[in-house]
Design a protein around this ligand. Structure first.
Ligand SMILES: Cc1cc2nc3c(=O)[nH]c(=O)nc-3n(C[C@H](O)[C@H](O)[C@H](O)COP(=O)(O)O)c2cc1C
Length: 211
């Protein structure tokens, strides 16, 4: 299948088969796609929690509109964004870049100072809305990678983030949940969406050519 065929094949899976498990190598490649997602200034301001513990998943389901995929998937990815930008977090990524590339660059160091003199001074909510957008790039990459692996998933925003934060102790780690992605396999019986056509606005309502 070509990539676009796979993107047609994927859908927001409403019912997953609890007896089928996604092989760990596939999960790892889906996570790697999220890790490779580009982020603003390369700060990568989010982390992924892979929740397989059944009791914890039951707790999460209860605060996620009782959506069955939370427990019927084999792996539940929780995307958790930084709660704020701090000098320490910014320096860590700039230092890592220098370490990986093996050199310091004046332009890069000037850019570090530019971020250090603006991001940490902004209010936490402004920064969190920026980090959450970066986490969504990772989410998008993971969704496409799951389709590529022929693994079903459903992006979930239908949950109470403060409750999920509490269940996974995210605030203590300076993180806040922004989206979840159960990975599993569709169970066609009981899935009202599986055979319905995909609905998207036609191209002429979506793209404007500015030639
Ligand atoms: C950020 C985000 C949050 C979503 N939250 C939910 C959700 O909580 N529950 C659900 O069943 N579907 C959820 N969806 C699925 C969308 O409704 C679905 O992707 C959209 O209708 C397009 O359909 P398709 O994914 O089947 O192509 C979410 C999708 C995205 C991208």
């Amino acid at each position: 299948m070509e990539l676009l065929d796979k993107l047609q094949w994927r859908y927001a899976t409403k019912k997953m088969d609890p007896s089928r498990k996604v092989p760990r190598e596939k999960v790892d490649r889906i996570i790697e796609a999220a890790r490779l997602a580009p982020t603003s200034s390369g700060l990568q301001p989010f982390e992924i929690f892979v929740v397989t513990n059944p009791a914890i998943r039951e707790e999460i389901k209860a605060v996620a509109w009782n959506q069955g995929q939370v427990v019927d998937s084999s792996h539940l990815l929780v995307f958790a964004a930084w709660d704020n930008y701090t000098a320490e977090r910014i320096n860590h990524m700039f230092d890592l870049t220098n370490e990986v590339r093996g050199f310091r660059n004046e332009g890069w160091e000037a850019y570090r100072q530019q971020l250090l003199s603006s991001y940490p001074q902004r209010d936490a909510e402004t920064n969190f809305s920026h980090t959450a957008r970066q986490a969504f790039l990772g989410l998008g990459a993971a969704i496409i990678a799951a389709a590529f692996e022929e693994v079903d998933c459903v992006p979930l925003e239908g949950f109470d983030p403060p409750s999920v934060d509490k269940i996974l102790n995210l605030r203590e780690k300076g993180l806040r949940s922004v989206a979840m992605l159960p990975l599993g396999y569709r169970q066609e019986e009981g899935d009202w969406l599986v055979n319905l056509p995909k609905v998207r606005r036609p191209l002429d309502q979506f793209v404007t050519e500015v030639a």
